[in-house]
Design a protein around this ligand. Sequence first.
Ligand code: DO4
Ligand code: MG
Length: 285
Amino acid sequence: MKLYKIAKGILLEHNNSAYIIDDEWDSLINRDDLAGYLKLISADTTPISAEVKDEYLNGKILPPIGSQEVWAAGVTYLKSRDARMEESESSGGASLYDKVYDAPRPELFFKAIAQRVSGTGAEVYIRKDSEWNVPEPELTLFINSKGNIQGYTIGNDMSSRSIEGENALYLPQAKIYEKSAALGPCLLVAAEPIAAESSIKMLIKRNGEIAYQDATTISRMKRSLTELVGYLYSECDFPVGAFLMTGTCLVPPPTFTLQPGDVVEITIDGIGTLVNTIALNPKHK
Ligand code: DO4
Ligand code: MG
């Protein structure tokens, strides 16, 4: 089942029917057995019509986040390790990525407060002081305050390769700025873990033409999802839960950099497609 955050409130899609849930996002999602709870609610609520559902879902969809922090894991796929080693070769930082890929402790970093997160259909920004920019398509977990995964969404961990490549200590500037993260279009809630064979695809369009496309499966991730959650929760409390991007599995070729107006579409089986347009922050142009 899928939970959408829309202007009207919360829309639950379950078995081809849709329901408006009168609740507050953080308290609704931060529970154990969220899937079981939503099933009970749907059995007790009158569905909205298919026309009204379409009207809501064709309107503005907000990112499926309340006041949670967004964290991210890095170098969890070979593709990411190799791309990072290449971009940091001249700064002498390449061995950092090699080591973290094999180390027991994963790379985890703080990515965003909710205010900096875009939803589907919205813009994400590239930095004006960065000449090499990419989107990072990432399976993203919603973990409740007890540390249990309750849902999945699609994440875009927008990144400056030139800033990170210049010096690994610049990572927070390469990763954290206005609209540098996107989540959506919905939260997929399921009692069972997401299938490892789920595919993740990224398509980048420029002037209506395909500028890049590739796909892989989540099964290529080096670490397990619960292992990443274990490290994140080992010394941090998240009173309303947290979102965790699990690392990029696709990296465009080194000659590729994003331009304003590009459209990035990330699709994960069973969740949907997250669509964002690239822009420069008008306040900082
Ligand atoms: O080490 C830098 C960040 C890695 C990352 O964001 C990723 O692998 O997705
Ligand atoms: Mg990333």
